[in-house]
Design a protein around this ligand. Structure first.
Ligand SMILES: C[C@H](O)[C@H](O)[C@H]1CNC2=NC(N)=NC(=O)C2=N1
Length: 115
């Protein structure tokens, strides 16, 4: 059996074969609550909006995501608002969504309940 997404190791993104077709992404995303595919300037992104009690809680989550990104040198777009964080993962270098972005999305969900 395959390892859960969040526990998989990020691949070198030099390999474009790690980029699922959009039709496959749609199927994979059915198993990832809240995540959807969004085209921004024609480039596919994985996006999720997380809800929080207030700005401080949204900022704390933002900072955990920032640390996660720095740890693996793979960086999202993050919009932090009062009670809300909009998180977007894609691979800038490849111009779309790589399997690595699915891993990062799953790891982001795990950080939601981290202390
Ligand atoms: C040189 C460095 O590894 C690259 O610029 C990294 C940094 N973080 C990155 N993050 C994301 N999401 N996509 C990239 O292509 C990317 N490239």
């Amino acid at each position: 059996m395959q390892q859960p997404l969040a526990e998989q190791t990020l691949a070198s993104q030099a390999d474009k074969s790690g980029m699922p077709a959009e039709s496959d992404l749609a199927i994979l995303l059915k198993e990832m609550p809240g995540w959807s595919l969004r085209l921004i300037d024609g480039v596919a992104h994985l996006e999720k909006v997380y809800a929080f009690a207030d700005f401080a809680a949204a900022l704390a989550f933002t900072n955990r995501i920032g640390q996660l990104a720095e740890d693996v040198d793979h960086h999202p777009a993050i919009l932090t608002e009062y009670g809300k964080v909009t998180l977007s993962w894609w691979s800038h270098g490849l111009g779309g969504v790589h399997h690595n972005d699915l891993i990062m999305a799953a790891r982001s969900d795990q950080l939601l309940n981290a202390d």
